[in-house]
Design a protein around this ligand. Structure first.
Ligand code: URP
Ligand code: ZN
Ligand code: ZN
Length: 474
């Protein structure tokens, strides 16, 4: 099947020009002015932006947590992602304590086989147990195309690991060309704050926020960066939310350390007033780290603009308000942590970032597609519009306005954290490897079209630095 996308304004991380794109099968065959060839399908993109498909490196489909499981399957969650202009997600299999890492991977491969995805899916791994020689398994993950993993410094008693494990894992990751992702919050301090709050009768969802202060994050970010430096390995801080945490990342990058961080739309567009809602409503906003005071937002935008923050992911972690969030009606610490977001990232960032003058269009593409593709071993197959790359392409109308709502949501979750928010800039059409998966407001991609993507090793690239260039981290 050959498709011609005509006259679109192609925006990549580095370029911005009007041209035609010829897609042959799954990949981009030619880019040029007035391409005259016979094709089966023509897409008129005049007046539209043509962007590389989004790469969302932080989602949780079908993830067990707090006695329940996220409601999106790999089928529904990837359909929702497609609607939001994302053509690749990287999701997190979870290693249970005592389980071999390869066994955990098999469990998630089986989930993916049973609930086939609409778009491409890669895996990281949440590592919770490196006892009894399991550290040797880390290299075998890389052999399976799983070249990054996440460690938790919080969630005491379940996912949290100690400094010894973090140090050893970072060192092993460095040896195998893998990237270590860290959930940086001081789990010990938070555990005490939670116990004290509950003992004093502070049981409502607001106290999810009061017991997870920004300093608990900043302390852990500082610690993770120092341990990574001692291990001589790159590190990636997930869902960074606060000013002081960002300063630690900026300082480390200034020193020349390979430290990367992502933030998420919930930290850019929501603030801590969401914890003052009536009744149990604030439980919808129980995600970790919590939404912060408004003053953190501009610092995060500056971090994104000036490259101290490398990626905007979603941390899509959908639990229904009814039947799941209400597990914590009498005790906020039992509310499953997480919020949906996989289908709103691009319109939100375009509207609140590009249109608001906070970041350029090229930078938006870099943050949502190119940088995650590079950091997680998918580039140049994913993350750009270039001859030979996968034909993962978004046709985006910069002038159409939409109102975000649970009523138009594809995700199975029963609420939208941006309910009623008006955004200008909307996804018209999405191609995943040359196949239209979203058009005319409908997901038309077939479950099973999406494939598991094996990722390459991490190359340490410090985008924007004078000495930038791919160097092998070992
Ligand atoms: O609240 C969140 N973010 N839940 C998902 C797990 C995590 O820490 O990323
Ligand atoms: Zn986390
Ligand atoms: Zn997460």
């Amino acid at each position: 099947m050959r498709t011609l996308i005509r006259q679109g304004r192609i925006v990549t991380a580095s370029d911005d020009y009007v041209a035609d794109i010829l897609i042959d099968g799954e990949s981009i065959a030619l880019i040029g002015r007035d391409i005259a060839v016979d094709v089966e399908r023509v897409i008129d993109a005049a007046g539209k932006l043509v962007l590389p498909g989004g790469v969302d490196p932080h989602t949780h489909m079908q993830m067990p947590l707090a006695g329940t499981e996220t409601v999106d399957t790999f089928t529904s969650g990837t359909a929702a992602a497609a609607k939001g202009g994302t053509t690749t997600i990287i999701d997190f299999p979870v290693q249970q304590k005592g389980q071999a890492l390869t066994e955990a991977l098999d469990v998630w491969r089986a989930k993916l086989d049973k609930n086939e995805p609409v778009i491409d899916v890669g895996f990281h791994m949440i590592v919770s147990d490196l006892s009894a020689g399991k550290i040797r398994d880390i290299g075998s993950l890389a052999g399976e195309g799983v070249t990054s993993f996440k460690l938790f410094m919080a969630y005491k008693g379940s996912l949290m690991v100690d400094d010894e494990t973090i140090f050893e894992a970072l060192a092993a990751a460095g040896e195998h060309g893998m990237l270590t992702m860290i959930h940086a919050e001081n789990g010990g301090v938070i555990d005490v704050l939670v116990r004290k709050a509950l003992a004093n009768g502070r049981t409502g969802p607001k106290h999810h926020m009061t017991t997870r202060p920004p300093l608990a994050e900043a302390e852990a970010v500082h610690s993770a960066i120092a341990i990574a430096e001692m291990a001589g390995a790159p590190v990636y801080i997930v869902h960074l939310s606060a000013t002081r945490s960002l300063s630690h990342v900026s300082d480390a990058r200034e020193r020349g350390q390979y430290v990367y961080a992502e933030t998420c739309p919930q930290y850019l567009f929501l603030d801590d007033s969401v914890y003052d809602l009536a009744g149990f409503e604030s439980a919808k906003y129980v995600f970790t780290p919590p939404a912060r005071a408004r003053e953190h937002q501009e610092a995060l935008w500056r971090g994104l603009a000036f490259n101290d923050l490398s990626v905007i992911s979603t941390d899509h972690c959908p639990f229904c308000f009814v039947g799941q969030k209400d597990l914590g009606t009498d005790d906020f610490s039992r509310i499953p942590n997480g919020a949906p977001g996989v289908e709103s990232r691009l319109p939100l960032v375009y509207d609140g970032g590009v249109r608001a003058g906070r970041i350029t269009m090229n930078r938006m593409v870099e943050l949502l597609s190119t940088a995650p593709a590079k950091l997680f071993g998918l580039f140049p197959k994913k993350g750009t519009i270039a001859v030979g790359s996968d034909a993962d392409v978004v046709v985006f109308d910069p002038n159409r306005t939409e109102v975000m709502s649970v009523r138009t949501q594809v995700s199975k979750v029963d609420y939208c954290v941006f309910e009623g928010r008006k955004v200008t800039g909307a996804v018209d059409l999405v191609l995943s490897r040359g196949v239209i998966v979203y058009e005319n407001g409908m997901v038309c991609g077939r479950p099973g079209h999406g494939q598991f993507v094996r990722r390459a090793q991490h190359l340490g690239v410090l985008p924007g630095a004078p000495s930038a260039g791919p160097i092998r981290i070992s």
